[in-house]
Design a protein around this ligand. Structure first.
Ligand code: MSP
Length: 618
């Protein structure tokens, strides 16, 4: 025991001292051979003894005690330039998951905002001739207004220049410093300002700028890097490699989709150098000063990542929301979220987020859409052209998390015309057109016309075998939709809905209700039944589509006279009457006609020329 206590005194911070009474001798000597694991394990056990979190053992499992809470975040956006379609994409994914979870009965918090410190912003403000904070406010407002107009229903909008955030960052830094995970050292190496990222020799390559001058660029982003040498603070990232590996191995769903999980795992096979976490104040003024050392500014990524905690209420009140945290991020910032952030959190004794959801990029002619390449697509302009819901639908229907997707206008127009205007809008129009639905009601279902499949020989039975397949598909739809959502395959969920919409149109077409004689009681019953079935289908589609196209879904459901309190997941029961139960909508007067659900879009000249795919540039 004496020996153990002497060894332990090597570890200066006070929390580790208290391990005396917490770790068995055999455990401890094993840990001593893995010094780097020691700190993390130690923090895990110590923190879990002080709070209700089970930190080290199961930091990122997807179903946790606080199962009614859901906390989803977008990355916070750099304010060096106006938002583009790629930014909106991150926000639309998070918004859709937030709305979906709310629909599933979760209390959901959804945070977004802007990343306002760092060299890149300082330089952009200088170039614009503006005082940095004014510059940040202007651009931050642009993001806010884009999000508001795009129905991004955030509950929190954070700016890293805010007071509460500064306090959270200072606290976080102080915890890391006091625990000896930050030390003063000298950093010498490459730095990419556009990525605000430090790079090793193996992460850069030779290149030429546009004047033919020899330069070095980041292999990952292609951005030019510069050599820097300065005294600053270093974070002991190298010590966290074993703990990070353990975390990922024990939590295969911590980073999703799997493709990105494997990439993160792969990074951890290589050495993980300590990370510079400050810059000299004379080089970088625009940032939070290091507590106790005003000559240094905190590294912008450390500052930015803490935003997720700030919104959760860190340092004092984050226990309710933090355990439910999920981060939506683009693949370009995976390393910051899957390596640096968990290491910072482990060091600070804060549990890790539940999951990191990674998406790929929108490209234009095969090249990443980005301001530096000058090929950005303006989301405001496009949402005016295609409507907000049109754009949301396109991004979520076409965007596949694990592959890049090329953007071009013709693709948007074709998709929206076919799926929202013709198929979904057409179906609503058919069911509610006064020429077919004279009384403007949600008509009655007749069990004799559409008997249960196994009931044979009903003389009035009119349903065809394909109609039973439709009933089956729509009855299964919410379960399939759920499965795809939980797998983060929103595009597949939408594909399934779209398939059902097509089936329903087929049903309508097959029975041509406009040919039925409404004065003949038998035909009238069948006419009403066709409309009832089609409207029930539409009600299910409208309910499921709410997280994706909230305004269109609202118009659709209102027209069907489905009140807001009956638009929840529990209201998805399809075709109750076929099951012999009551249908609360039967016989209701329809809501007022507010016009076409989704107007067909014209192909503009710009849209008609589909760009040729050029060679993909990383
Ligand atoms: N400020 C950092 C994030 C800090 S989070 C603690 C940052 N900002 S960013 O403005 O450059 O990017 C924000 C998000 O937009 C990222 O998820 C990024 O992947 C996403 N996109 C930027 N360009 C994109 C595309 N072309 N396509 C899809 N998303 C892309 O990184």
């Amino acid at each position: 025991m004496h020996w153990i206590i002497i060894k332990m005194s090597l570890y200066r911070h006070c929390l580790i001292k208290s391990m005396n009474c917490m770790v068995s001798r055999s455990d401890f000597s094993r840990l001593l051979h893995r010094k780097s694991a020691l700190r993390c394990r130690t923090f895990s056990s110590l923190v879990s003894s002080r709070t209700s979190f089970d930190l080290g053992r199961s930091p990122a499992r997807e179903s946790q005690p606080n199962k009614d809470y859901y906390y989803i975040t977008t990355p916070i956006f750099y304010v060096n330039a106006a938002p583009h379609m790629g930014h909106l994409y991150s926000a639309v994914i998070a918004d859709c998951l937030h709305r979906y979870k709310q629909m599933r009965g979760f209390t959901s918090k959804f945070s977004t905002g802007t990343d306002e410190h760092g060299l890149k912003i300082q330089q952009a403000a200088d170039a614009a001739g503006k005082y940095p904070l004014n510059f940040c406010t202007e651009v931050s407002e642009k993001f806010k207004s884009l999000f508001q107009s795009s129905q991004i229903s955030y509950t929190d909008y954070i700016r890293t220049t805010g007071e509460q955030h500064r306090r959270a960052v200072e606290h976080f830094w102080t915890v890391l410093y006091d625990k000896d995970f930050i030390y003063k050292g000298e950093y010498e190496g490459w730095y990419s300002t556009p990525d605000e990222s430090f790079l090793t020799e193996s992460q850069v390559a030779d290149s030429k700028d546009k004047n033919g001058k020899h330069i070095k660029v980041s292999l990952e982003s292609g951005h030019q890097v510069e050599w820097m040498k300065e005294e600053n603070y270093m974070f002991r990232l190298s010590e966290f490699r074993p703990a990070l590996l353990q975390w990922l191995r024990e939590n295969p769903r911590a980073v999703r989709p799997t493709k990105f999980y494997n990439i993160a795992l792969q990074w951890l096979q290589e050495d993980l150098p300590d990370l510079s976490v400050s810059r000299q104040r004379d080089r970088l003024k625009w940032g939070i000063p290091v507590p106790g050392d005003p000559g240094q500014t905190i590294y912008v990524w450390l500052d930015a990542l803490v935003n997720y905690l700030t919104v959760a209420g860190y340092p004092d009140g984050h226990c309710q929301w933090w355990p439910a945290a999920r981060h939506v991020v683009g693949k370009d910032i995976l390393k910051f979220h899957a390596i640096y952030w968990p290491a910072f959190l482990m060091a600070a004794g804060v549990p890790l987020p539940q999951a990191i959801y990674v998406h790929s990029h929108w490209t234009v002619s095969g090249q990443k859409m980005s301001k530096s390449l000058g090929n950005v697509v303006d989301p405001l302009e496009r949402s005016q052209q295609y409507t907000v819901d049109g754009l949301r639908y396109f991004l979520l229907r076409q965007g596949v998390l694990d592959t890049d997707c090329d953007y071009y206008d013709d693709k948007v127009i074709k998709l929206l015309n076919s799926e929202l205007a013709d198929s979904l809008g057409g179906l609503l129009n058919r069911c509610t057109a006064p020429s077919i639905n004279h009384e403007q009601v949600y008509p009655s279902f007749c069990g004799l016309c559409f008997p249960k499949e196994n009931v044979r020989g009903s003389p009035e039975g009119r349903a065809a075998p394909e109609d039973y397949r439709l009933v089956e598909s729509v009855s299964r739809l919410s379960a399939e939709f759920e499965r795809h959502f939980e797998n983060l395959q929103i595009y597949k969920a939408l594909e399934t809905v779209s398939h059902c919409v097509r089936q329903t149109n087929g049903f309508f077409q097959r029975h041509a209700p406009w040919k039925l004689d409404r004065n003949n009681p038998q035909e009238r019953r069948w006419l009403d039944t066709i409309l009832h079935v089609a409207m029930e289908c539409l009600r299910v589609y409208g309910t499921l589509l709410q997280p994706v196209v909230p305004m269109t879904a609202d118009v659709l459901l209102s027209r069907l006279s489905v009140e807001p309190s009956r638009r929840g997941w529990e209201d998805l029961n399809f075709l109750n009457r076929y099951q012999g139960e009551n249908c609360p909508f039967e016989g209701r007067t329809l809501g007022s006609d507010t016009g076409i659900l989704f107007s067909r879009l014209d192909r503009t000249e710009k849209a008609e020329c589909k760009p040729k795919k050029s060679k993909k540039v990383k």
